[in-house]
Design a protein around this ligand. Sequence first.
Ligand code: WTA
Length: 661
Amino acid sequence: MTDQKKNDIAFDALLTEEREFPPSSSFTAKANISDDSIYEIARKDPEGYWASWAEQLDWETPWTKILEWDPPHAKWFVGGRLNASYNCLDRHLDKNGEKTAIIWEGEPGDTRRYTYRELHAEVSRFANGLKKLGVELGDRVAIYLPLIPEAVIAMLACARIGAVHSVVFGGFSAESLRDRIQDAEAKILITATSGYRRGNPVPLKKVGDAAVEECPSITNVVVVMRRAAAEEAEETINMHPGRDVWYHDVIRSAEEHCPPTWVDSEQMLYTLYTSGTTGKPKGIIHTTGGYLTGCYATTKWVFDLKPDDIFWCTADIGWVTGHSYVVYGPLANCATVLIYEGAPDWPKKDRMWELVEKYGVTIFYTAPTAIRAFMKWGHHLPDGHKLDSLRLLGSVGEPINPEAWIWYHKYIGGERCPIVDTWWQTETGAIMITPLPGIVATRPGSATRPFPGIEAEILNDAGERTPVGGGYLALTRPWPSMLRGIYRDPERYEAQYWSKWKGIYFTGDGAKRDENGYFWLLGRVDDVINVAGHRIGTMEVESALVDHQSVAEAAVVGISHEIKGTAIAAFVIIKESAREAAQKDPVAFENELKNHVATKIGAIARPEKILITADLPKTRSGKIMRRLLRDIAEGRRLGDVTTLADPTVVASLKERYEDEG
Ligand code: WTA
């Protein structure tokens, strides 16, 4: 880490927030956990504490050892055998077979409900269908679906037969999907004819077809008919003979009885691709026993989940939040979850509040970027709905600014709902730093304390502990839901997470700890940009830009953005041959570059700003000075430039963009 980045942390850490919101006595009285001695109990015997959680799952064979820790490789609940789908479905059937597991609403307003028994039946059928297609224990299955019940069914069907799912967010491009399928060598792709976004069908099958063209590992593509058959005749979708099969045909011809495949606790449950600092996205590996334990425990305590709650985590299934808090955590707890397919502002900007009211949502978990958008749209929208079913709110994905926190508290929570600001990552599998709502007083902008059994520290480069103050956020003890590696890249796993300090996990985030021991997250310290709560590697966007015929070199930085929190600004050096086109119609030229990135990666990576430049500021060793670029893109005064190879580069850049701010 460079000195500039350290300064960034120190600078951010100056912000203080004094407002405190202790839990109400009525909330605490009913809370699942209301005694804070649990922190000490877990600290003294973390393994015993985690084992007590794992015991609340159903195991076919008990484990013989809680933890085997050979840094950086952990095995949890060694020797135990279980099945994730059994834990999310079968074990609830006796008592709760008729309880609603999923309430689903599509963007156009179509709805479906599944009881636990119905979900179990459909998952079992689909699992048998996958078996018939030749899917075996350990095989990878790619899932590229809109947020429809089949997405959950597909995940659980994989888990049922010990196959590894790799869910790819439906907003990713054909190339991104292709790269992920190729890396995982997936055998099957599960997709849909289309999904809905802001009233428009998104042609997923077409994207899937383009991706699969270059994926020799794929033997079959299973296609879910998303739109009503009448609207979209089967023949309008191009079904590839011998390769493509309809989901409804697979289900129809499959038997309902499908005994779960008992797998080792350390059997891979899924891989999920996420952006890292360098090169291509990495497939984060999660295994079964520990992951499920982490999801189960955090759902129960962080969200204070009760049997009659209606739990709504707004995340898409394509992100880890959807994996852990739409599927595995809530279903392992026998919760009723709401899932909604579409955009929050469709057909009107109060869709979310309409859904909360319609379904009597009690727990609402969303991202700061959404909260900032709601805030901008105005509180008259939530004011127009009855939201008093809500009793707990959550936030995840990026630091929540105190202003947005207070707005959320006031206009959504009616000043009565605790807010859990939950810090975690794809890699951590489950929530790591969070208030326990019956115990911990919250402060706007702080994720407060590590979950019991989790140990977090603020460290400096040398690995020295900072009891109060800023630095790198590290997790100093293995935890059950931790990633087990990067798919097919063990070296990168060690280098990325475990090379900074021995046996200690490096999160890539900066944070500070205050006098009360509360953690305040300060954002990424590496070259990952968190745009609207989604991680995007600067390298990926730079590669996509350089891939355009007009671009010679590119450097990408994150800049502040009112709604997204952070947006992407790209500094681009264009080729001589493109100069004329760029000068003639700069707006069209910039849009072309933006669209190119969106096509290569997906719309989430589309740069907000393109800044054309003749040169880029680099250190004498050739590293691009991103901090300077950020300052320029945000129109700030520039700091120290003495380490620059050529200071005139900055002067000319600055001159050019100063007024554009
Ligand atoms: C950021 C999402 C501040 C952080 C679950 C982390 C947060 C990255 C918070 C992981 C929070 C997530 N406060 N920052 N409550 N939650 N982050 O893998 O930078 O998509 O490293 O997992 O999001 O993003 P990921």
